[in-house]
Design a protein around this ligand. Structure first.
Ligand code: CU
Length: 271
């Protein structure tokens, strides 16, 4: 097992620049006595998935609910990924991806899945935006505000690798500026006022500076919602909720009140 570890921790690092050579190394490593368990484990999973697709149910293996995952829990030194995401203040983000025990192969690579080989899937706010076989990438034209970027390891056949049912991925939250104005808020909250009281009590909504916040206020009486300092004043009434949109540019804790009734209905904390 020590042999295997050395091969795999040494192997993929070399691979980074010497793609082809390292893929030969990797195949050689997998073919060795110590590598066989990894491949056997992978083949086992492939087989299981094939059966699942044909509608049969098998016991005896650990099951993940998502049959599109390839679990590498039984692989020694499984691959890992880490992401550094750097916004450029022009609506873009530079992604630098580091890989352990994982070799990138072209997106159109054919052949059997290998446990330490494949490409990267990039998600922006939960939506797939890129598939990569390189470790640097630039995402452009993001809207202003916070975004979540996730990079996960994908097998050659585009199924995701997982460990104990969890994707092998890394995520980063970035704050975008200099991009397009967000059309949709990235944070939203709701408040309901019933019989002169805030249902569920007074809430403090916490957001980050730069967020586009939408707060919807429902009320059984007609009034005006006033968010202090940001100075939004929006009518509210039965069947007509007040929708307050705020670009959270000013840090602090701000009160919102029902103007005529004169009581606080929520606080907005921007930090
Ligand atoms: Cu893919």
């Amino acid at each position: 097992m020590i042999d295997l570890k050395e091969k795999f921790t040494g192997g993929p690092r070399r691979v980074i620049s010497f793609f082809f050579i390292s893929s030969v190394l990797l195949i050689a490593a997998c073919g060795s006595e110590n590598g066989n368990s990894d491949i056997a484990a992978l083949e086992d999973k492939n087989e299981e998935t094939d059966h699942d697709h044909s509608g049969h149910d098998h016991g005896g293996h650990d099951h993940h609910s998502d049959e599109d995952l390839i679990d590498l829990s039984s692989v020694t030194d499984p691959p890992n990924v880490s992401l550094i995401a750097t916004p450029d203040n022009q609506g873009g983000v530079r992604l630098e991806i580091e890989l352990d025990n994982f070799e990138l192969v072209p997106l159109d690579a054919k052949g059997e899945n290998q446990p330490r080989e494949g490409h990267l899937h990039v998600e922006l706010d939960g939506k797939m935006v890129a598939m990569l076989s390189e470790k640097n990438h630039y995402l452009s034209d993001l809207s202003n505000g916070h975004h979540e970027i996730a990079v996960s390891l994908s097998a050659t056949d585009h199924r995701s690798f997982s460990l104990n049912g969890e994707l092998i991925e890394d995520t980063a939250i970035v704050m975008i500026s200099g991009g397009s104005k967000a059309e949709v808020p990235n944070v939203s909250f709701e408040v309901e006022i019933l019989e002169g009281k805030v249902k569920d009590g007074l809430s403090r909504f916490e957001v980050s500076k730069g967020d586009l916040v939408e707060i919807t206020v429902y009320s059984d009486k007609s009034d005006e919602v006033h968010l202090h300092v940001y100075d939004n004043m929006v009518n509210v009434g039965p069947g007509t909720p007040a929708v307050i949109n705020v670009e959270a540019t000013i840090p602090g804790i701000f009160e919102a009140e029902l103007h005529s009734a004169g009581f606080r209905i929520f606080e907005l904390q921007v930090s």
